[in-house]
Design a protein around this ligand. Sequence first.
Ligand code: NAP
Length: 351
Amino acid sequence: MRKIPVSILGATGAVGQRFVELLINHPYFEIVALSASERNAGKTYAEACNWVLSGSMPEQVKRMKLLPATVDLPGRLAFSALPTGIAHEVEPQLAAAGVTICSNASALRQTPGVPLIIPEINAEHLAMIPLQHSQMGWKGLVVTSPNCTTNGIAMTLKPLDDAFGVEAVFATTMQAISGAGYPGIPSLDIQDNIVPFIAGEEEKIESETNLLLGKLIDGQRVAANITISAHANRVAVMDGHTIALSVKLRHKASPSDASMSLSDFRGSSLVQGLPSAPAQPIIVRSEQNRPQPRRDRDSGAGMSVSVGRIRPCKILDLRMLTVVHNTVRGAAGGSILNAELLCAMGYLESV
Ligand code: NAP
């Protein structure tokens, strides 16, 4: 199979580096362009990027010259790790110029006709694409991935919602430092500390979870109606967001019923066998002190969500703990899985 040429927007940041790592030997995609801000355009990737992931910067990208984020980027498929404000401007321009964008930014997640996708849970929402074409008039296409924390929450709720109906959720997050990008939060603010505010995060969790668990009716997305109360906190963990969840169910379920529905979950058959799809999207841990971010974030190569401590809740029905790798499943890996799904469904044939 001829590999599809791809660009990475925001390639020097926390998510951009993860894109480089995950795409460097990808069976479908080949990196042909890396982009960063104007201040770094023209520099080589090695000059501009402080590689913060394990191991070394891949040789193949070290000498690539960084391009500005403009419509002249080569490659008709782009992965976006742009800051939201920039994505608001750049993503519609690129889509109008015919580029297909798989985006991590929140800029267009709520836009009618723009699918917000976790492939295992709502691949069928890609049927919104004709609405996007008619409403936006773009020659290209935008498909978005949810907020990093929402990835873990929505994945955990999906099997519970299918089996028992989810009515209300109380979510307290403990979010890793890499979720704030690079260089991110100053060390004097986060060492020996918890910061109980992440701008916009609680709102994103509450609205995006309902979009992901919503239905498509006549090609339009209708959000679910789950009442969600989120408390977002930044903690001194490098990677991996942890979320304590209490869940109210429409039909009562025991912890073992819930555990079975979570570990049996495989998600849409469209996704199974795609290169980045984990064999098991949700791994249920039975130990009383798991999941933990350092020990469980890399499960399924960072693409599986780990759930444990499933037990009764005296206020709602059940409580549990979820760990999701924020820059893999919660960002770059999730977007790459979206692109693999687009490819499998024939949306990238003209790219
Ligand atoms: P980051 O580390 O701050 O990286 C931002 C990237 O955008 C850098 O490559 C930067 O290039 C580039 N950039 C900044 N201003 C630009 C401009 N005016 N024009 C073009 N490029 C510009 O941020 P991040 O954490 O990787 O996040 C990227 C996006 O993914 C954000 O929208 C974020 O909300 C979303 N996201 C992040 C996570 C996470 O866990 N970190 C998870 C899910 C979603 P320079 O190096 O040249 O400044």
